[in-house]
Design a protein around this ligand. Sequence first.
Ligand code: NAD
Length: 512
Amino acid sequence: ANSETGKGQRPVAEETVQLLRALGVPDKSWRNGTRTVRSPITGEIIGEVPEASPEDAAQAVARSVAAFEAWRTVPAPRRGELVRLLGEELRAHKAELGRLVTLEAGKIVSEGLGEVQEMIDICDFAVGLSRQLYGLTIASERPGHRMMETWHPVGPVGIITAFNFPVAVWSWNAALALVAGDSVIWKPSEKTPLTALAVQALFERAASAFGGAPEGLSQLLIGGADVGAVLTDDTRVPVVSATGSTRMGRIVGERVARRFGRSILELGGNNAAIVRPSADLDLSLRGIAFAAMGTAGQRCTTLRRLIVDGAVYDALIPRLVRAYSSVGIGDPREAGTLIGPLIDKAAYEGMQKALDAARAAGARIHGGERVRADERPDAYYVRPALVEIGEQIEIVKHETFAPILYVLRTSSLEEAIALHNGVPQGLSSSIFTNDLREAETFLSAEGSDCGIANVNIGPSGAEIGGAFGGEKETGGGRESGSDAWKAYMRRATNTINYSRSLPLAQGVSFDI
Ligand code: NAD
């Protein structure tokens, strides 16, 4: 019982202090400030961080512009060296930073470490990229002319992040932006400023090992939406990358567009998996369990809707119900825990509200109740909920950021794809099938309408090598791998005339 409840663990606050110091975060940046930080593990206070004001934010933008003007002239492979050093700092401090993610965001230990590994991976990717910021050479229609495109640094990049990937999302953006020649300003979630302070401390170590990085190249602004608003509204910030709820993205996207800035929006998902009659059910069960319950349902790519063919429904769902009723829930620091806490009380209330709506619609609900409330009255642990529901009603079309998996029964692939695409969000998706035609149909133009579509793996747990992001209310942004770097640069098309005459394009004549 001890290992389940987390008794015998060191007090969270004490461990936090030790980790912050080990990571080189100065005491003044997390003590005696105005914003209280609580650990979702126990609900106890683990920091009192000072916040930036909107005026501080405006000054940070000015510093960022100056840093950009110096950084853009540093050769890209040399910029890559700074990111390589950042990756080295992350490798050296993976254990401490991963553990801090666990304490502040409530992820189980292996997921905390996995998040830091993802940062290391994107640094490696960006280092290679620093020698591959390729533009095209284009055939000119005019004799003695050559066309090409050149990719240039674009300016300070504002990075607004969510609580659930408190450090990795910054690195997806920052590693690319830095090799692209941009400066960055980060506004982390107000729920997770401590991990952000730790990352900033590691960045500063990398910058001092690098030598000669301009002051203010990467800055951290702790604060709420008012500080974020400075980044969305300031014309000196040409790119704003914002990760979080669709509600937030609607505001941010509009404000950035109003001044013709570029936004990269990574918003809510409502991810589904289709299970077809030919599916390997053992594999499907494992894929579904991780995608639906992992991170306590608090991933943007969490599996939220399971669309199961009637032919395998009774073979799969009772097994899933058993997995749900036996999964280890508790202190995320404990071996054996797979489901840590929800981030806060509001998340718990949101979950109960959604379950009430499903219940009122006649759904059959397994789990969903609060657990461990006696020993952890200020923390919110829940049993993940499996909700068998007859129809895709309104609540199913809404992203509730908690471990709720709605199960819908279908009888054809066409019906399954229609249900799948019948929600406002378009982030990630998967199909479990061994039928080649079905798999390819799902990946085709008439299949999944999401930014990520998988076969025989769940929708969550993406690798950094691919472009990450989604369509519709997910916002349309792409980050991380593939050619996502282009969003952090500006493209110039160049035409060079190496002849002695001046032919005009399209045969236009203009003789003076
Ligand atoms: P949230 O929208 O409450 O907050 C996200 C960030 O936006 C925070 O830093 C917040 O301070 C800031 N913010 C809020 N309003 C703002 C405004 N008006 N102007 C500027 N900044 C503002 O989200 P959350 O609860 O922290 O995170 C959960 C949500 O994030 C879920 O919807 C999840 O799906 C989504 N998410 C998406 C991705 C993705 O890549 N698509 C990744 C992680 C999380």
